[in-house]
Design a protein around this ligand. Structure first.
Ligand SMILES: [Zn+2]
Length: 172
């Protein structure tokens, strides 16, 4: 009787072991959370459902990029940064702004007077919160970036007021 019990125990342990292995395989085949849509060289439009972005982006980037959130003013290290380089879309890697078009607006968010190229940005009218504003989105993945206002410095007279959370900086 004791031997039979041992045998049963052995079988059940083996079975458990197998199911544990299966479980770990299953974990490996779960959706890949690495952002495979991020590329600084590809210019192809990135069209990804929000449900997929939610698995890829961090909660704070998702809240800005896909839910049009706004970070608290004066919280981004990019706001006062004078570093020389390029700012990219944190979601897809699209080059957005050069540091030499960045200026100190004092508004609490990183501010630029001109996007890197005409295709960097998409402009959309935004009449929410009782204001008439122009929303700026990433030209490649349509992530919400911020707004553009007509009180910027020369030569454009524009102020691109951008959430630092959605920016990725590279000193090049
Ligand atoms: Zn983007």
């Amino acid at each position: 009787m004791y031997k039979i019990l041992c045998f049963c125990l052995l079988i059940s342990q083996t079975a458990c072991g197998q199911s544990a292995i299966k479980q770990s395989n299953k974990t490996n085949t779960m959706p890949n959370k690495e952002n495979t849509y991020y590329s600084r060289t590809s210019k192809e439009a990135v069209i990804v459902p929000d449900s997929v972005w939610k698995q890829i982006l961090s909660p704070e980037v998702y809240a800005i990029a896909r839910e049009k959130g706004t970070e608290r003013p004066f919280t981004s290290p990019f706001e006062t940064s004078k570093a020389i380089g390029t700012y990219y879309c944190k979601a897809c890697g699209n080059p957005l702004f050069k540091s030499d078009t960045k200026f100190d607006s004092g508004c609490g968010w990183p501010s630029f007077y001109e996007p890197l190229t005409k295709k960097s940005i998409i402009y959309t009218p935004d009449n929410t919160h009782g204001m008439v504003r122009t929303e700026v989105q990433c030209g490649k993945c349509k992530a919400h970036l911020g707004h553009v206002f007509e009180d910027g410095p020369p030569p454009t007279g524009l102020r691109y007021c951008i959430n630092g959370v959605i920016l990725d900086f590279d000193a090049k």
